[in-house]
Design a protein around this ligand. Structure first.
Ligand SMILES: Nc1nc2c(ncn2[C@@H]2O[C@H](COP(=O)(O)OP(=O)(O)O)[C@@H](O)[C@H]2O)c(=O)[nH]1
Ligand SMILES: [Mg+2]
Length: 294
């Protein structure tokens, strides 16, 4: 039996969360085309007879700006030094820049066994892969590189085998039916946030937090969920709600469908929009909204 933790590191939008979801086989982390989709560290657990791989999804690497992104970066930094393996995820379709190589080298130099997942190969010319792989090795990143597509499920088992090869011997860290360390309540809030990320321009979702006030399973098996969408500005609130509440209704119904799929039950959802100015820079509010300690 081999088991261990794998920090999934890389730029915002590289495809880290998508890759974890496909390896774990269930949605443990939300995904969107916008940066700052993942704010918190989330564990995704893959268990087989001879292995348990605990993926640690990270918010990615950012240039710090506000207190929230600073915390997100710190989460990424501390995670990368406390694991058995580093999985560096690179968006192959975005090309290889000097900054990408420097970043990969920085993690490689930590001395923790590392591999590179070169992802999104479904939307790029395959001919580019060998030269990009060469660029990584010439930059001193002496880690095996796996071209994969999380979206198409391409080469995922090869990558899993590569990770397995780097894991230490050891017993399971989680029971075998566990796929995430996060509660259903957390996932419900995240699914709401995912739909907001998908529906609105960046400026709005980056200032949004979702707080679940009620999460109740009724006797007949249905769920009653009540949540607040916390935003930073009055005009954001107006946009989130929309004319005659239409926008909010649409987003909530989109989210509810995913919640029903996730919980495998009917959901009655009510969502309110509240304004809390500058919550991203207030230590007290960040804590209240569930974004850890500084
Ligand atoms: N075509 C393609 N798109 C992908 C793939 N993996 C992720 N994406 C997309 O890339 C965007 C960012 O993905 P996400 O997993 O949230 O990236 P993260 O910020 O690194 O966690 C989303 O729109 C995904 O649907 C892939 O293998 N192929
Ligand atoms: Mg992510």
């Amino acid at each position: 039996m081999r088991s261990g933790t794998v920090a999934v590191i890389g730029r915002a939008n590289a495809g880290k969360s998508t890759l974890i979801n496909v390896m774990v086989g269930e949605k443990v982390a939300i995904v969107s085309p916008k940066p700052q989709t993942t704010r918190d560290r989330i564990l995704g657990v893959l268990t087989r007879e001879d292995r348990q791989i605990v993926f640690v999804d990270t918010p990615g690497v950012y240039l710090s700006r506000n207190e929230l992104t600073k915390r997100m970066m710190k989460t990424t930094e501390t995670t990368s030094t406390e694991v058995d393996v580093i999985l560096f995820v690179h968006d192959g379709h975005a090309g290889v820049k000097d900054e990408d190589l420097e970043l990969a080298k920085k993690y490689f130099d930590l001395g923790i066994p590392m591999l590179v997942a070169y992802t999104k190969i479904d939307i790029m010319p395959k001919e580019k892969i060998p030269e990009d792989a060469k660029a990584f090795s010439e930059a001193g990143v002496e880690a095996d590189l796996y071209p994969v597509s999380a979206r198409k499920g391409k080469n995922i088992s090869a990558l899993e085998q590569g990770i397995y090869g780097l894991l230490p011997e050891g017993d399971k860290l989680f029971q075998e039916d566990v796929v995430s360390d996060r509660s259903e309540r957390f996932m419900i809030a995240e699914l709401m946030r995912e739909k907001i990320l998908l529906k609105y321009d960046e400026e709005i979702p980056h200032g949004v937090a979702v707080v679940v006030n009620t999460f109740k399973r009724r006797e007949n098996g249905t769920y009653e969920i009540n949540l607040d969408i916390v935003c930073e500005k009055q005009n954001h609130k107006a946009i989130l709600i929309g004319k005659q509440g239409r926008a909010l209704k649409e987003t909530a119904s989109f989210a509810r469908k995913d919640m029903e799929k996730f919980l495998d039950a009917k959901v009655f959802l009510t969502a309110y929009v509240r304004v809390r100015e500058d919550w991203r820079d207030s230590a007290g509010l960040l804590k209240e909204l569930g974004y850890g300690d500084a």
